[in-house]
Design a protein around this ligand. Structure first.
Ligand SMILES: Cc1cc2nc3c(=O)[nH]c(=O)nc-3n(C[C@H](O)[C@H](O)[C@H](O)COP(=O)(O)OP(=O)(O)OC[C@H]3O[C@@H](n4cnc5c(N)ncnc54)[C@H](O)[C@@H]3O)c2cc1C
Ligand SMILES: NC(=O)c1ccc[n+]([C@@H]2O[C@H](COP(=O)([O-])OP(=O)(O)OC[C@H]3O[C@@H](n4cnc5c(N)ncnc54)[C@H](OP(=O)(O)O)[C@@H]3O)[C@@H](O)[C@H]2O)c1
Length: 500
């Protein structure tokens, strides 16, 4: 743990006891002063692992290339591991005082108290580190944090991480003294930079024609538990995973829930969804505005905006998050300014990963949505390493197929492509993700582990739509591979409690 320690750990312990004994027997003042000065000099040299902030120099091996990673969440951790294993000297900058990213449940986290995962643990994990076998498939958020901590412990990642060290500025410089990424104005440059700062930090609010409501208003990022909404009529805006969970959680304490999503303007969709919901949840279309007295403006079935007759007491915007990279200056032109749509950002990247202006040195992890983030970020890191090591030419990146940023099913061929890039076999990947332009795309066979992920993801997504209130009671089990064939798996469902 203490590489480069001039004194072994036991000697330090003995020294500490010696100091304590001296202090407790009340030795002469001058001796005490001398001892305590020496003690503080020593303790600044020997910082316990848990208190150590920055020890990048300890991990730098001669000749290895320096890489900076922003963030010690699920993305930064897997990047640090794979880069270190490939011989890079890694420094992870983490603004929080502990690793884990959004999975650290505190005021700044977008998690809420009751949150359980919406992806089964069997496919959510990194490829080489399963979740505890004793856990159910849809684990509690505390289990995910424990998982990430044990990943960092198991693969000895702590030494690379500088906690409480935000990246405030990251700029590319090129001059006589070299070229690379200057972080926080430090003199030494990093040839490569991985950006894994997460994109569920900055709430996104819709543009409204009117926003005059003065009651209780919050965003799902700040929602922690339902008790403040007891006996209230609550408007939950947004049909994404946060909106779904909040509508379900609130119905049991609130008087009623009005749940808004664009798709609910369509009467057929609204009826089909309503049939699976508790009776005190009503569905309305996209929210366009709020009146001071709690009436709300929504898009109706014919596309026109209508004002409700009824009033709500509280509003929760479960309307998603904005991508945010405050450490890149606007003048760098790296991140195009947008009206809220992430498209210009995605247009700046090859396969959502390599920045077009610095394709061999600037990498973004985990940006697409509707994905399984941990294994995807693992594959992204491997593909980035292949470029850093020259196994993939940067000229090849421009001809890679274009994937949507809202992925769902597309994430599986996307991960297959990343794995091919990692191996340098990407030339055989279909040129286009549109079967009309490249028919081989439609008949492409996925690697077995990715195919397993595809099947379990499809099954759990279907269950989410079919039984939204109970899909997390399903448990998946991988049975193993049969010869050259697919990996077999099974799913069991905890039976619904029988009403007394
Ligand atoms: C409510 C919610 C529920 C989710 N549920 C699931 C789920 O069930 N399963 C699943 O797989 N995924 C889920 N996700 C997606 C989740 O974001 C990923 O699992 C994962 O946390 C992404 O990791 P990350 O490292 O990209 O980002 P984060 O976890 O956000 O980590 C980013 C890290 O970067 C640090 N950072 C940010 N800016 C700086 C800076 N300037 N300098 C230094 N450090 C910085 C942050 O402090 C943080 O530690 C959920 C997301 C949300 C919002
Ligand atoms: N583990 C879990 O169970 C869990 C729980 C919550 C969240 N998450 C994760 O957290 C991430 C973010 O999810 P999220 O649901 O917060 O954000 P999201 O997926 O971006 O969803 C936001 C939703 O708000 C809708 N919306 C925006 N403006 C609206 C308006 N004016 N009226 C009605 N609807 C509006 C959007 O619809 P349009 O697209 O039509 O604008 C979209 O459906 C996802 O990765 C998700 O998987 C996981």
């Amino acid at each position: 743990m203490f590489r480069h320690d001039p004194l072994p750990f036991t000697t330090r312990l003995l020294w500490k006891h010696f100091v304590t004994i001296l202090l407790s027997v009340g030795s002469r003042h001058s001796l005490l002063q001398e001892v305590s000065a020496l003690s503080s000099r020593l303790s600044s040299t020997f910082v316990p692992v848990s208190h150590r902030r920055s020890c990048f120099m300890c991990t730098t091996t001669a000749g290895s290339k320096r890489v900076a990673v922003i963030g010690a969440g699920a993305g930064g951790l897997v990047a640090a591991k794979l880069l270190r294993d490939d011989g890079f000297a890694v420094r992870v900058f983490e603004s929080a005082d502990q690793l884990g990213g959004i999975w650290v449940y505190d005021k700044a986290s977008p998690l809420y108290k009751s949150l359980r995962t919406n992806i089964p643990k069997e496919i959510m994990a990194y490829s080489d580190f399963p979740f505890d076998a004793g856990l159910p498939s849809f684990v509690k958020h505390t289990d995910v944090l424990a998982y990430l901590r044990s990943y960092a412990d198991h693969f000895a990642l702590h030494d690379m991480i500088s906690l409480s060290t935000p990246v405030e500025t990251a700029e590319y410089v090129s001059g006589e003294s070299g070229q690379g990424w200057r972080i926080n104005g430090e003199e030494a440059l990093y040839p490569s930079l991985f950006v894994s700062n997460g994109h569920y930090n900055t709430p996104r609010y819709p543009r409204l024609v009117k926003n005059e409501f003065r009651g209780l208003v919050t965003h799902s990022k700040f929602y922690k538990e339902p008790s403040p909404y007891a006996d209230q009529r609550v408007l939950v805006v947004g049909g994404g995973p946060s909106g779904v969970d909040l509508a379900w959680e609130l119905h049991s304490v609130a008087k009623s829930v009005v749940w808004a999503d664009s798709s609910f303007a369509d009467p057929e969709t609204a009826e089909a969804t309503k049939s699976k919901l508790p009776s005190n949840v009503e569905l309305v279309g996209r929210v366009e505005g709020l009146e001071e007295d709690g009436r709300y403006l929504v898009i109706g079935p014919d596309g026109s905006t209508v004002t409700s007759d009824d009033r709500v007491d509280a509003v929760i915007w479960a309307t998603g998050y904005k991508y945010d990279f405050p450490f890149f200056s606007p003048s760098s032109g790296l991140i195009p300014s947008t009206d809220g749509s992430p498209q210009p950002l995605f247009d700046s990247l090859y396969v959502h990963l390599f920045h077009k202006a610095h394709s061999a040195s600037l990498f973004f992890l985990g940006l697409p949505v509707r994905i399984i983030p941990f294994p995807m970020m693992e594959s992204q890191t491997k593909a980035a390493i292949a470029v850093m090591k020259g196994r993939v030419k940067t000229e090849d990146l421009a001809s890679l197929p274009v994937f949507p940023w809202v992925m769902s099913n597309e994430q599986f061929p996307y991960c297959a492509l990343l794995e091919q890039l990692a191996k340098g076999t990407h030339h055989s990947f279909p040129r286009s993700t549109d079967p009309a332009n490249d028919p081989t795309y439609d008949t492409m066979k996925l690697p077995r582990d990715i195919e397993l992920r595809r099947q379990m993801y499809a099954d759990s997504s279907l269950a989410k739509r079919r039984v939204p209130g109970r899909y997390r009671e399903r448990n998946y089990r991988v049975l193993g591979a049969k010869g050259e064939g697919e990996i077999e798996w099974e799913v069991t469902e905890v039976p619904e409690p029988v009403a007394a």
